[in-house]
Design a protein around this ligand. Structure first.
Ligand code: ADP
Length: 407
């Protein structure tokens, strides 16, 4: 069973083709700079000996349809293609950013679902339209294949109303759909499942905190396999300090900036989304550079690291409180998977909560799921590489199997 996973952005299409019988990835890549004078196609083939062969070429990619056709040509390539016929692709799994309140689990895409995704465009104006373009194009190129949507917001739909509602007039929720939605759901769901597997325990009865630290960053409190709170909100701007996003600030800040700095709404939007976070505090959004600067004695880099890790630690405490106890803390994504230094900063001083890192285990690099807690730590602390594309393929496969059973 071959499943193609697509993440269609405004000017790019990321893809991965999975063999879901053997749970392996066959090929992955990205068609980018769509609509520009010169597009870029990066294609990587995974060989059985764990080696990959990568090719990068420039070509015109006038629109998403052309982008996907170019990708299909690479998949079918006579010399080193991974399929002989597009009919081999049983399904296409689409990453869709916003499912709102109605689309709360992976779903076969039909006209109703398309109209619901359209309905959510005001909630994700930058993402849902490009996701929809990807769906339309994939439907026309793979008419035989099942099209499935997996939503970034879905995992957080179990959050109870006391945690998702903002204390603003209730009408704003009822009529304006303004509430916490949360994002990175596919990643949180994936690592939560892998954590339960590692612990050798069913999801029911497990209390987890999952910490996704990439360019965007968020945390989730997961009880019995269900998310009960997350740090991102109505938009991905809330919560943790990120590469360029500010995370939590006083909601009155935009008024102050407008009144006292003469900034327009657009300028404030750019300031908080693109010029803040690590970049705003110390000039770079790349955590590797922040840490290097800190080691070189840069005082701003130290402040940035302090603000960054303090916010995470504060949310660990908050989520411990709402979970009641903690079985497992999971670090994932670029920073969470690779920076022993940041993991240590976030967990230092949490011994009273039963959270204690073993510095030797923490500093060892490695692949796959790794345990970094000390023997005396009550909570198991894990590093789990996230794999959102695989999770989308897994969900798509589940849907295919369910439909086969029903027939
Ligand atoms: P995205 O959200 O774009 O998918 P990633 O999950 O790839 O982002 O994470 C990117 C972040 O991970 C960057 O800030 C990068 O500096 C950081 N990162 C990657 N490797 C390391 C490392 N070894 N140490 C610290 N940070 C790292």
């Amino acid at each position: 069973m071959k499943i193609l996973v697509i993440n269609s952005g405004s000017s790019s299409i990321k893809y991965q083709l999975f063999d879901m019988v053997h749970h392996t990835v066959l090929t992955s890549g990205i068609a980018e700079k769509i609509g520009e004078d010169e597009g870029l196609l990066t294609h990587e083939i995974y060989q059985s000996n764990e080696h990959t062969v990568k090719s990068v070429k420039t070509c015109t990619i006038t629109n998403h349809r052309v982008g996907l056709i170019r990708i299909v040509d690479l998949l079918l390539d006579q010399a080193d293609g991974v399929i002989r016929d597009i009919l081999e692709i049983s399904a296409v799994g689409h990453r869709v950013v916003h499912g709102g309140e109605t689309l709360h689990s992976p779903t076969v895409i039909d006209e109703k679902v398309i109209s619901a995704i359209k309905d959510n465009i005001p909630l994700a104006p930058l993402h849902n339209p490009s996701n929809l373009t990807g769906i339309e194009v994939a439907k026309s190129i793979f008419p035989h294949a099942l099209q499935v949507a997996v939503f970034d917001t879905a995992f957080h739909q179990t959050i109870p109303i006391k945690a998702f509602l903002y204390a603003i007039p209730f009408d704003m929720y009822e009529k304006g759909r303004i509430r916490k939605y949360g994002f990175h759901g596919t990643s949180h769901a994936y690592v939560a499942e892998r954590a339960a597997e590692y612990m050798g325990r069913p999801k029911g009865g497990l209390n987890l905190i999952t910490i996704h630290l990439g360019n965007g960053a968020s945390m989730a409190a997961v009880k019995n396999g269900e998310c009960i709170d997350t740090t991102m909100g109505f938009t991905p701007l809330a919560g943790l300090v990120m590469g360029t996003r500010c995370g939590d600030v006083d909601p009155a800040l935009p008024f102050f900036l407008a009144e006292n700095f003469g900034m327009s709404l657009q300028e404030i939007n750019t300031l908080l989304n693109k010029e803040s976070g690590l970049k705003g505090l110390c000039g770079t959004n790349d955590m590797r550079e922040v840490i290097t600067k800190y080691h070189q004695g840069d005082s701003r880099a130290k402040i940035a690291l302090d603000v960054y890790s303090y916010r995470i630690k504060k949310y660990i405490g908050a989520y411990f409180a709402i979970l009641g106890s903690l079985d497992c803390l999971v670090f994932t994504a670029g920073i969470g998977e690779n920076s022993a230094y940041i993991r240590n900063l976030c967990c230092s001083g949490l011994g009273q909560l039963g959270i204690e890192i073993d510095s030797e285990r923490n500093s060892k690099a490695g692949k796959g799921v790794r345990e970094i807690s000390s023997l005396s730590s009550i909570a198991t602390i894990l590093v789990i590489p996230t794999n959102e594309e695989f999770k989308i393929a897994e969900e798509t496969k589940k849907i295919i199997e369910l439909r086969r059973q029903k027939k």
